[in-house]
Design a protein around this ligand. Sequence first.
Ligand SMILES: Nc1nc2c(ncn2[C@@H]2O[C@H](COP(=O)(O)OP(=O)(O)OP(=O)(O)O)[C@@H](O)[C@H]2O)c(=O)[nH]1
Ligand SMILES: [Mg+2]
Length: 315
Amino acid sequence: MLLAPLTVSAMVVGIAQSIKEGLTRTRNAIFSRIAGLLGASEVTAATWEELEELLIQADVGVETTLHLVERLRRRASAEAIIRADALQAALREELRALLPSPSPLNLGNRPLDVILVVGVNGSGKTTSIAKLAYFYRQQGRRVLLAAADTFRAAATDQLSIWAERAGVNVITGAPGGDPGAVIFDSLQAARARGMDMVIADTAGRLHTQYNLMAELRKVRRVAAQNVAGAPHETLLVLDATTGQNALSQARHFLEAVEVTGVILAKLDSTAKGGMVFAISRELGLPVRFVGTGEKIGDLAPFDPDAFIAGLFDET
Ligand SMILES: Nc1nc2c(ncn2[C@@H]2O[C@H](COP(=O)(O)OP(=O)(O)OP(=O)(O)O)[C@@H](O)[C@H]2O)c(=O)[nH]1
Ligand SMILES: [Mg+2]
């Protein structure tokens, strides 16, 4: 049974609110201090140094932080900014400029969309896939899951439990079996059952990094052979609590498979929400969704304006 699609305005308010809630730790631990810092009566060299430290603590990344603070310093002097609110507004603008403007995902333009979800084990892949399934189902999509993580014995069971919560079916394979076969079966089943979206879970760990990447490439190949242009989106799940480590993991994946966007899981569990800026600037990838909790509905489509607001605004 399909759920009624949400109205657009209700969704936008809901999205902004859940992004804000997901940012509670980042806001309380870091950005409220930044706001306080910029609110001091006098801006000195120490102010800039402290700003730098706080941004690095928020995992904005060293390179991105230096770029930001340098731009802000220049603006402060060029525009003779002395008022705290003007300085904060300038920082917000500079942060916003680091994020790409929202663009639609490459979905909904064909009879069957295929989304591949990749990432290291424990990053939040399975949970995020279930949340994605739930999210798209609420929009009236007919979603089928593919349990193509055949390496870890419990992975299929875990995905099946989550699928039930999301109200969608899963195609599974034999433990230790060929993930390419699971994808193939899933695409056939999707067509036979009149589904319009397949979301595939993939292994996060194999015996070697080489095997893992070879497997991911094979999964992609099978998808491409069976559905034109598939996978239409390859989303990399990163664990926000691992901060800069997640970026180096991401680089490994980028070398092996074409990634089109990021799901930043566990945003609610960390003060490292600044990672979003590093992902955008240093990896050149758009963040597409953020995980804001452990429940099925705790996934928000990324909205850059809501994200910036959520960093600073309590209400
Ligand atoms: N607070 C919070 N926890 C999350 C979020 N997303 C995932 N988790 C938790 O992170 C843990 C790992 O999530 P999984 O979805 O199992 O991760 P995985 O990448 O599939 O892991 P493997 O299958 O072992 O490779 C679980 O305890 C989830 O509940 C989130 O957005 N917020
Ligand atoms: Mg998993």
